[in-house]
Design a protein around this ligand. Structure first.
Ligand SMILES: *Cc1c(COP(=O)(O)O)cnc(C)c1O
Length: 221
């Protein structure tokens, strides 16, 4: 069994079967992604459009590709034909562009709204008020080729597990508020994408449905 297969088995053994494991393969060579694929992994996450496109072209077509990084509007068209889920939607402008490119490709693209939960200046995302305002707008209602399936966030990079837990609790509470105000009868709005190599156990305790794990599978970057 390859080292990557072993790591995947360990991680899968420690998370509930209902939680989707996205293997974050950014910066990693194809050969390592092929090892993960051979071990049965089908969800992969990348944070750069060009790298995502190259890997999509080179690897089997039954892979579900997750765009997990900050996405610029002008780059949406590159991934619109094939992307499975866009995690980092942080503005209406971006959502409108995804809708436009999805329409051109005659498909609906699933998206997560990214929320700002960390005590860091560098992390992108909505705050709750902005998101609620957008969801209530006519402009949002007019977007027929995107489907919001949940939300995503990143905790502060810190050893303080209490702080991480508090941030994940905040994200889960945002999900609950969005669900009850705008998606009450929408079964597909169900994902909370939170948790990375260092904090996924806490994230799952706080309600994560999707963890994005890179270095614990593929080694450090
Ligand atoms: C890189 C990255 C991850 C994975 O980080 P690891 O610590 O390697 O598990 C998860 N989410 C996002 C948004 C990332 O950019």
């Amino acid at each position: 069994m390859s080292r990557i297969a072993k790591e995947l088995e360990l991680i899968k053994g420690s998370i509930p079967g209902s939680v989707t494991l996205v293997a974050v393969s950014k910066t990693k060579p194809l050969e390592l992604l092929k090892e993960a694929y051979a071990a049965g992994q089908r969800h992969f996450g990348e944070n750069r459009v060009q790298e995502l496109e190259e890997k999509y072209n080179a690897l089997p077509k039954d892979i579900c590709w997750h765009m997990i990084g900050h996405l610029q509007s002008k780059k949406v068209k590159t991934i619109a034909p094939f992307v499975h889920l866009i995690h980092g939607v942080d503005s209406f402008k971006l959502l409108a562009e995804i809708n436009k490119q999805a329409l051109k490709n005659n498909r609906t693209i699933d998206c997560l709204l990214q929320f700002f939960i960390a005590q860091e200046e560098t992390k992108f995302g909505f705050d709750l008020e902005e998101a609620l305002e957008m969801l209530g707008s006519d402009e949002f209602a007019a977007l027929k080729n995107i489907r919001l399936v949940g939300i995503m966030g990143m905790a502060t990079f810190t050893d303080d597990t209490d702080q991480i837990r508090t941030e994940f609790k905040t994200l889960a509470s945002y999900f609950d508020q969005l669900k009850s105000t705008h998606f009450e009868n929408v079964a597909s709005f169900k994902e909370i994408s939170m948790g990375m190599s260092g904090d996924y156990a806490i994230a799952i305790e706080e309600g994560s449905t999707m963890v994005r794990i890179g270095s614990a599978i593929f080694g450090g970057r």
